[in-house]
Design a binder for this molecule. Structure first.
Ligand code: 5GP
Length: 126
């Protein structure tokens, strides 16, 4: 079910539980600001989710309320993870779903990082 991105942050969401260590994940990378882990239902050979450690519902929430330091740390973190995984030369795709029409399911900001095959001009699903 897609979530309403205008609602306040819900600290019982699955990614909040992963951040608190209450739910396991296949960790790719972690630093003070960012956690990256493999998606449980991968849509590409590499499908990693990158999340900030702070409580933001969506990209909209983050871009409105995040501090410059948080935003810089997250953007740099995503780039560093892609470089660490060796994805710059073959290429990769970033995706952040926001809200109902985009079918955002988890109300904690996450960027999908897809790679490992020819991804085509767009990642479209019906
Ligand atoms: P969204 O539709 O919100 O952009 O994407 C949510 C993503 O989170 C989906 O790709 C889904 O497979 C993934 N996901 C949902 N629950 C879990 C979980 O418990 N663990 C992991 N690793 N991924 C999850």
């Amino acid at each position: 079910m897609p979530i309403d991105p205008t609602l306040p942050y819900d600290d019982q969401n699955i990614f909040a539980k992963i951040l608190r260590g209450e739910v396991p994940c296949k960790k790719v990378h972690e630093d003070d600001h960012v956690l990256a882990f493999h998606d449980i239902n991968p849509q590409a050979p590499t499908h990693v989710l990158v999340i900030p450690k702070a409580a933001f519902v969506s990209w909209d929430d983050f871009s409105a309320r995040g501090t410059d330091e948080q935003i810089a740390a997250f953007v740099r973190g995503v780039g560093e993870i892609a470089r660490m995984l060796g994805l710059v030369e073959p290429g990769y795709r970033l995706l952040a779903n926001v809200g109902l029409d985009a079918h955002q399911e988890v109300p904690h900001l996450h960027v999908h990082l897809f790679a490992g095959r020819k991804l085509g001009p767009m990642l479209m699903t019906a």
